[in-house]
Design a protein around this ligand. Sequence first.
Ligand code: IVH
Length: 678
Amino acid sequence: MPAEAADSGASSRQQIADLRREIARHDAAYHGAAAAEIGDWDYDQLKRQLTTLEGQFPDAANGSPALAKIGDDRSGIFPTRRHRERMMSLEKVYTAADLRAFHARLAKRLGSDDLAYVVEPKFDGLAVSVTYENGRLVRALTRGNGIEGDDVTAHVRLIPGVPSELRTTSPPSVIEVRGELFVPFAEFARVNTEREAAGEARFANPRNLAAGTLRQLDPQEVVRRGLRLVFFGVGACVPTTVLPETQGDLPVQFTAWGLPAIVVRQVWPARGADELVRAVEACRVARTEFDFPTDGAVVKLQSLEGQREVGAGESAPRWAVAFKFPPDRTETQVRAITLQVGRSGVLTPVAELVPVVLSGSTISRATLHNRDEIARRDVRIGDTVVIEKAGEIIPAIVGVNLARRPPTAQPFEFPTQCPECHTAVAERKGEVAVRCVNAACPAQLRRRLEHFASKGALEIAGLGPTTIEALVAQGRVKDLPDLFRLRREDVMSAGKTSAKSAEQVLAAIEASRHAELWRWVYGLGIPQVGTVAARDLARRFRTLEGLMTAKVSAAANEREKAGDPALRAVVIYFADAKNRALVAKLIAAGVRPVGPPEPSATAVAGKTFVLTGSLPTLTRAQATGKIEAAGGKVGTTVSRHTHFVVAGADAGAKLEQARTLGLTIIDEAALRRMLLEE
Ligand code: IVH
């Protein structure tokens, strides 16, 4: 063999091995930790490169690390169950020529060139399969490895719009409906804003949020984080006579059954290759209008009969392909890297960019997340970077164009001091964040005040960032309680020049003393406590004083402490003497938030409950906590003295006993009503 050929074989072997290793690493990040490092597009390109190389050097692939054929999203924390019919993936295509080749393949198999298709958006979330038996929802599974998936039934039951029963008197005896779990953009933005306000890390994109939510053991998270489900396919179905003849009619049937389905304006029919190419382009253009994330279009053969006829290959059906859209990208230069000091002191590096238009909006900043991220991407001041908008409102820096790196490009030195108060920064074990640990840091104070006055919190009109900045700079507000000592002159010298607008701000601050308790619980800015958790805590503790004592009662109940991150965060917050002093000062300043309405005395207080079976959303510890907080008691055995038996799924002997004794049996919804939660 000529030396040259041997060399190229050796280097290809190396290249193939490297590619495989890199892909395996991304697979682990994508499926395991639910935090992907690179975008789908780049990932797909790596895979394509590998396939091409392997095609050219079939021998070179030997000895390289093995690659999984299909992904695996099983988390290991949920029980798994088998799908009745395998869940496959789709072959990906990228160009008009690929689409034409797909059509040509089908035309050959079916012996006709006149084929009808539908083009649908490819929802960017997580695949799920929901089984209805005799019309009742019995199970929901993730794709898993295609054969078996995580049992996420409790989570899926809580998704708005997913019916527990099909709306029909003659349901199939069994049907697996297949669809995608996703988070709409508006919900994604809301969750991230709340997380940022609570000092938590943002989710990189809606899919990570959906995946992360599904991994939460508490199914209620599904509601808090706005998950949705759309159905677009069928797995096993007995009898198949309930199904329509075409793919395009499937959403019609789904809608009739009450299942959330793709709507008409999200479907493009096409006949033949030319129309198909145009339909995919139409879908691509329309996608900017969708309020849900998409990463491509799915092309499907209309005829379900035809679909059955062509069948499937090893891991994908032959009757459909996924056309992947390239992400919206552009290049621009990093002018500077600045630091933002967050409410809890976290320093977030931000790339200040030469303004550039991307997907219709002008971009001049992009977050660099943290110190490690800058190092990993090796972003330097003066670099030309590639930015991408992929479902994110804030664009991400996806890479550096090294070919355009000027010799003057400056690596960013992460400071050892807070840029605002110059206190030495610190890192907590196990966290990537670098923090300013000075609780009196003016930047942190400003952020805390901004959060306090913000919409979800105390909503103090007129107390915006500019006024806050002036009040802090003039030393008039050194901490939250100082707000309640402000005089008209203070507010006027902070920029509210008319006496009237100054009075309005003061009146709004005044009114906040008696705002609803949950607003205060949220407004304090305790990490992990978003608005939903704040409402929950307000119901349980009823007063600020009660919340401060959460420490004792929570510590007394280990089970609860472990199961409720918000409660744990409150306990940690009030373990800090500074925070206790702060709230005491607020109370001394006349802050008296209004608690939620008392649970009706007749309903829960003084009554004895027994819990049996598994409730749809509450754990036993949570239900016990709620009943006890409302003055009720929870017993373990059913007797004539039991007032209410709360029964969930698979309730056994206790339920039988309750029936025999003629006790009142209620479900979780009724319990919530008694607790005045609904
Ligand atoms: S049809 C054999 N239609 O993409 C799979 N899938 O890569 C047939 N997806 O697992 C699926 N939107 O989770 C289909 N309109 C759509 C889709 C869609 C998103 C997901 C689905 C599937 C994956 C395949």
